[in-house]
Design a protein around this ligand. Structure first.
Ligand code: FAD
Length: 453
């Protein structure tokens, strides 16, 4: 009897999520073949690990950055073999982490487990449609590929345009819409307005200062909150996490008590293992309330800066080179000399609390825009138009079930069209960083293989 051909699984996007999903599939199946699509080269880096700037450090300690959930020391061992002089409590450069991921691809895809079964296709997928028992993927460069299953690992979309920025300003040279796509050599010298005060702003401030030391910067956000710093080695033993059935208010009560006893860093770290279960147990209004009132505070405590990075930012603030402010942009206007004139109002200030800032460049650092209905990405638009994808109730990403299966417009979860990574935030909330995504990538690999029998 002729053998059935080995199933082809398409993985779209080759950042951490896509690469680790592909490698987990190769590890678990001796037959499955994978076509891994990536629109930017080289693969494995995504927005996070493509930086060559040695000042751009991981914001998670090396001891928690293994790509494999079942081998927690894997990254630390790699650092040791590379003789980088870093241990589990240290913060490696993001460039080194990118090299680590690429070494995994080489080891597995070219080793006995995966040889010949991973095809990297340097192209953007622009459309997906049902095709018999599987899917047909359409690419930007014209090719079309069929696959029995598809995993979307599209990463974080660029930020949405903030209020106060009109079409004309957005189209001008003074505005950088995507903070991950600019070239320091092309920016005019002069002050920079950074819209947002989170991790993206920190990255931009470091890069801008490297390109032009001393460049003045104003970072503005509604609350002016910025990520706090890691401190010392983490405790070996953490308190037990909060129970999974606490309401958002009860969780904050729990955090306050735990912080008073163990310090806020330990309290937050203890909550992390329960974060996804807590989110899932909350009703949509409870999730909404968390996002509205607590998210900025959660984010700055949860996503912390490596000490080296925090020190550089503190030094820039101390000299006045970088100012952080809480407020709202009222208008941004282009002046005759190409500069931007920003009028903004301080938080909690009345009409008299108005300020102006003249910037040579304005960079949008407001963080990823998750709403798939307003996405300008051709693939996401295509999936929404076909009814194959739609937003989760809070519009944080795709509507998926707990296994990452995309729900179509009628609410039916597809067994062979899945998503992994930040676009599944609506179902899991904490699915931004490696310690969360690595487990999801392994689970999604198993789900896909089970669906294909
Ligand atoms: C600057 C930055 C620093 C970070 N630092 C850390 C850290 O220190 N520690 C940590 O744990 N996490 C960190 N993170 C979180 C990070 O998001 C995750 O660790 C992880 O890298 C996310 O990977 P991803 O594959 O989901 O997304 P991405 O890395 O964004 O990769 C998605 C990939 O999909 C490709 N793609 C998208 N659409 C298509 C298409 N239609 N066709 C083909 N290709 C497509 C994109 O080109 C991209 O390469 C950081 C994130 C950023 C942005």
């Amino acid at each position: 009897m002729p053998q059935a051909p080995a199933p082809v699984i398409a993985v779209v996007g080759a950042g951490f999520s896509g690469v680790m999903t592909a490698l987990n599939i190769l590890r678990r199946s001796a037959e499955a073949r994978i076509v891994l699509f990536e629109r930017h080269t080289p693969i494995g880096l995504g927005a996070a690990y493509a930086s060559h700037n040695p000042g751009h450090r991981l914001n998670v300690r090396a001891g928690n950055m293994s790509a494999w959930p079942d081998d927690p020391n894997h990254f630390v061992e790699w650092l040791r073999r590379e003789r980088l002089g870093l241990g589990p409590a240290d913060f490696a450069t993001r460039a080194d982490y990118g090299r680590y991921l690429q070494s995994l691809v080489t080891d597995i895809a070219e080793g006995p487990a995966g040889a010949g079964r991973l095809v990297v296709t340097p192209d953007a997928v622009t459309g997906i449609e049902p095709d018999g028992e599987g899917w047909r993927l359409q690419c930007a460069m014209g090719r079309s590929v069929t696959a029995r299953a598809v995993v979307l690992a599209l990463g974080n979309p660029p930020p949405a345009r903030p209020p106060g920025i009109d079409e004309t300003f957005a189209a001008s040279n003074a505005y950088v819409a995507d903070p991950w796509r600019w070239d320091a050599t092309e920016l005019p010298s002069g002050p920079v307005l950074l819209i947002g005060t989170g991790l993206t702003m920190v990255d931009m401030a470091l890069s801008l200062n490297d390109a032009q030391p001393g460049r003045p910067m104003l970072a503005l956000s509604r609350r002016g909150l910025t990520p706090l710093e890691h401190d010392g080695a983490p405790p070996l033993i953490l308190p037990a996490p909060p129970a999974n059935d606490l309401s958002p208010l009860e969780v904050f009560g729990w955090l306050r008590t735990a912080a008073a006893e163990h310090g806020w860093r330990t309290a937050i770290d203890a909550t992390r293992p329960a974060a996804q279960a807590l989110w899932r147990s909350w009703s949509p209004p409870q999730r909404q309330a968390f996002l509205r009132h607590a998210r900025p505070f959660w984010d700055i405590h949860r996503h912390r800066l490596a000490p080296l990075v925090a020190r550089r930012i503190a030094a820039m603030r101390a000299t006045g080179q970088l100012a952080l402010a809480a407020g709202k942009i009222r208008s941004l206007r282009l002046e005759a000399d190409g500069f931007a004139l920003c009028r903004w109002r301080g938080r909690g200030r009345g009409e008299n609390g108005g300020y102006v800032f003249r910037a040579a460049t304005v960079i949008n650092c407001t963080g990823p825009a998750g709403d798939v209905l307003t996405s300008t990405d051709p693939l996401i638009q295509n999936l929404v138009r076909r009814g194959l994808a739609h937003p989760d109730p809070l519009r944080l990403g795709f509507d998926v079930d707990h296994d990452g299966r995309l729900r179509d417009v009628s609410g039916r979860a597809s067994p062979t069209l899945l998503s992994v990574g930040p676009a599944t935030r609506g179902a899991s909330w904490e699915i931004t960083a490696v310690p969360d995504i690595r487990g999801q990538a392994a689970a999604v690999a198993e789900t896909v293989l089970a669906a294909l029998g």
